[in-house]
Ligand binder design. Structure first.
Ligand code: FES
Length: 186
């Protein structure tokens, strides 16, 4: 998890937006992307300052920020595991996998462990429905089972965790924004 952005004052945010973005409504998404890249999430102070800069209601900024899964309203863990909850993955047992992961990690969907180690997330579809059920951890893993997601967690926990393909899992090359990009949150 990155250092909390509370260290960035509202005045500093205002300056960053003034320097980098025209005060026009169309600057909204690029400015949010800028904040997300810089902080790893969207601090409230930044969104308030952005609304002022763009002269749009705060509700519009929050609405856009909460619509796209690209944006995160809370700090995230150093590692992320994302379970696809789209229809194809649901039919093939993604709810069970999500429960398995919550039990194994002690983190509920949408949450982050207290030590900032792991965030457990869901996504609507990553575009690999033929491989359902799908879990994303750095890359897409298809045809997941309770046993294979346990191996993913074990690898994450191991100090010298072997990166790569757990036995029985089917890694799929990620396709840029098709993983968790501009897709609506569930
Ligand atoms: S529904 Fe899970 S990849 Fe499409």
């Amino acid at each position: 998890m990155k250092t909390p952005a509370a260290a960035v004052s509202p005045e500093r945010w205002a300056k960053l937006f003034t320097d980098g973005f025209a005060p026009l409504p169309e600057s909204l998404i690029p400015a949010l992307e800028f904040v997300q890249r810089r902080e790893g999430y969207l601090p409230r102070e930044a969104m308030t300052a952005l609304a002022r800069h763009l002269r749009v209601p705060e509700s519009r900024v929050f609405g856009v920020a909460s619509f796209y899964s690209l944006f995160h309203l809370k700090p995230r863990g150093r590692h992320q595991i994302t379970v696809c909850r789209g229809t194809a993955c649901h039919v093939r047992g993604s709810a069970r996998l999500l429960g398995d992961l919550a039990r194994l990690t002690g983190v509920q969907a949408g949450g982050t462990s207290a030590d900032g180690f792991l965030t457990l997330e869901t996504v609507a579809c990553v575009g690999s429905c033929a491989l359902a059920p799908v879990v994303v951890k750095d890359k897409v893993y298809g045809r997941q089972t309770s046993a294979s997601v346990k191996r993913l967690v074990d690898e994450l926990r191991a100090p010298e965790g072997r990166p790569g393909i757990p036995a029985g899992a089917s890694p799929v090359r990620s396709h840029g924004g098709r993983q968790t990009g501009n897709r609506r949150k569930r």
